[in-house]
Design a protein around this ligand. Structure first.
Ligand SMILES: Nc1ncnc2c1ncn2[C@@H]1O[C@H](COP(=O)(O)OP(=O)(O)OP(=O)(O)O)[C@@H](O)[C@H]1O
Ligand SMILES: [Mg+2]
Length: 270
């Protein structure tokens, strides 16, 4: 997180030979959940490569398998068939940061102590981990709020604290599931901008799940549209970076992309 944006991005996105390095390689991934009546196929032969430094959004209707795929990438779920290879320089436990859709802050701890918790598990000395927590809280706009408890914060502030907690671990790979799902439009727009600003300075690989096609078009380098456990479309998003989201929202190219995403989305609904 401390590198200059340019250095971090170029170091993070290229191998020595200059070709982007594959960080996540998913091959023929198939998974099902048995239920009382039948077996439900949640992922059906999914194959996908994600390169270092890419920001990939997974979109698709509720129940299409987005969270299941994220759980497979994080290693929390093992597929019945197929494989997921994640190449990181650190062990997966410290290389992968997973920010859940639900608020997972511990209510009895202060925000600062929540953010420092992962570092505590890594036995980072107290002064260092609290300094790191303060740095991350400042980064997400919660500087000076570290003494508060989760119940004293708004939903948007809690989501920012969640983000600070994930970033504090300095993961190489960020997996985020609907981080701004239940927020009002204004808070959501602000956090989207903050998330991108933070990410654009690090060059980390991000897999970001969202229901919101407009959000995906603003944030992603690539949008992977899923449907019923399969990948329906893999779309490159070419808008230059760093992106000014307040301006991009009103660009005709952006609006055209969102329209085409909706068309694709609607095709499968017929
Ligand atoms: N632990 C589980 N037990 C049984 N079925 C499950 C389980 N987890 C997921 N499923 C089923 O697998 C399918 C995919 O679920 P998943 O949570 O991946 O969808 P999703 O795309 O993340 O949906 P949403 O957008 O609503 O979060 C759904 O039909 C769901 O009911
Ligand atoms: Mg989900």
């Amino acid at each position: 997180m401390n590198d200059t944006p340019e250095a971090a991005r170029s170091a993070g996105t290229k191998t020595r030979a200059g070709a982007p390095e594959t960080v996540i390689s998913v091959k023929g991934l198939t998974h099902w959940f048995p239920s009382a009546r039948s077996t439900h196929i949640a992922l059906d032969s999914i194959s996908l490569d994600i390169r270092r430094g890419e920001f990939v959004c997974l979109v698709g209707p509720s129940g299409c398998g987005k969270t299941t795929l994220l759980n497979m990438i994080s290693g929390q779920l093992k597929p019945h068939w197929g494989s997921v290879d994640v190449t990181t320089s650190q062990p997966a436990s410290s290389a992968i940061g997973y920010m859940f859709a639900r608020d997972s802050l511990m209510p009895w701890r202060t925000i600062r102590s929540n953010v420092a918790y992962g570092l505590e598990l890594r036995h980072v000395p107290r002064a260092s981990r609290l300094a790191r927590a303060d740095e991350m809280l400042h980064l997400v706009g919660l500087g000076g709020k570290g003494h508060m408890h989760p119940s004293q914060l708004s939903h948007g502030m809690r989501q920012r604290a969640n983000l600070a907690r994930t970033l504090a671990m300095d993961p190489e790979l960020l997996l985020v599931d609907e981080p701004f799902g239940a927020l009002d439009a204004q808070t959501k727009a602000r956090l989207q901008g903050e998330f991108l600003r933070i990410w654009e300075g690090t060059g980390k690989t991000v897999v970001f799940v969202t229901h919101d096609l407009g959000e995906a078009a603003l944030m992603a380098d690539r949008i992977v549209m899923m449907r019923e456990g399969t990948i329906r479309k893999d779309i490159a998003v070419e808008f230059p970076r760093p992106r000014n989201l307040d301006a991009l929202r009103f660009e005709p190219e952006y609006q055209e992309l969102v329209r085409s995403l909706w068309d694709l989305f609607a095709e499968g609904e017929e």
